[in-house]
Design a protein around this ligand. Structure first.
Ligand code: PMM
Length: 285
């Protein structure tokens, strides 16, 4: 089986499929796996299991970003993520840290994280861009309009595709102005962040405009609520997170065929399979 290799900034890529990033939320309140991996050994065990299933990166997050979530203090976020990152890095696992705090990013890099996954695209902390420029590491910049507490009220667009694209371009320009090399950047349209279900579907339908930016694109649709709404039962109740796996896998196939670099998912094995299927079709064209 092919292995992932890293480019000179440390971003993994593969010849046989898109990169699969396994989600490891070490928070008591994340929407789909919150609370289950708060214990250090259990978190490490789960990460190792995801790597065994084919995850190329483990994305460690210590603060929930679900709509309405309340922020945790930086010290608490650090206390949650650093011990896990230290253990995973020591085991040779490629770790990204899901944070928009520069201080947390810096500590995570010292502990062995190789990628910064910043859902605020640099807007959450003015210190972040300089830290990334200094470190030379890959930086996922996601489209973001504000903290979780108020993101529903920020979900207004003239045209969601062009607005998100323009706002992402501005984030790229800001990053480059701060000394970050374009080759360090990965872009993410930010499904579910200040977006309603219709916005998410429109972004997915036009994924190629993000791929055309010429930077790697990360797609993070796994178990999100727009899937729950689509797959609602006859009474209109959304499908619970555990039942959104097949929908997630369908989007991985779609995203891989649309040319994304990677997918961020909770359940690794089915998405690795989907990524291989998509690659086989692409390669046969
Ligand atoms: N979504 C969540 C967390 N981190 N990171 C990126 N780059 N893109 C996302 O869409 C994203 C993210 C929220 O989902 P979770 O609670 O399952 O981690």
């Amino acid at each position: 089986m092919a292995e992932s290799r890293t480019d000179h900034h440390g971003l993994p890529t593969r010849d046989d499929r898109v990169v699969v990033m396994g989600v490891l939320n070490v928070t008591p309140d994340s929407f789909s796996d919150g609370g289950r991996y708060a214990d250090l050994d259990a978190a490490v065990e789960h990460a190792v299991a995801m790597v065994a299933e084919g995850a190329d990166v483990i994305d460690v997050g210590g603060e929930s970003t679900r709509p309405g979530a309340v922020r945790v203090p930086a010290a608490e976020e650090i206390a949650r993520v650093i011990p896990v990152i230290t253990r995973l890095a020591a085991a040779g696992i490629v770790v990204s840290v899901d944070t928009y705090r520069g201080e947390v990013a810096e500590r995570a890099l010292q502990a062995g994280a190789r990628i910064i996954n910043d859902v605020s695209g640099g807007l959450g902390d003015p210190a972040m861009a300089k830290i990334v420029a200094q470190a030379g590491c890959p930086w996922v910049i996601m489209h973001w309009r504000g903290h979780s507490r108020r993101m529903t009220e920020l979900a207004h667009y003239d045209d969601v595709v062009t607005d998100v694209l323009d706002e992402l371009r501005a984030r790229i320009d800001d990053a480059v102005d701060a000394g970050v090399q374009p080759g360090q950047l990965v872009v993410d349209p930010g499904l579910g962040f200040a977006k309603n279900a219709q916005h998410n579907w429109r972004l997915l339908a036009h994924l190629e405009v993000f791929v055309d930016l010429g930077l790697p694109v990360l797609l993070a649709a796994s178990r999100k609520s727009f899937l729950g709404s689509l797959l609602a039962d006859d009474a209109g109740d959304p499908r619970p997170t555990a039942g959104r796996e097949d929908g997630t896998t369908a989007l991985t196939t779609f995203g891989a065929l649309a040319g994304v670099w990677g997918v961020r998912v909770h359940s690794v094995r089915p998405n690795v399979d989907a990524a291989l299927v998509a690659h086989a079709i692409g390669a046969a064209r």
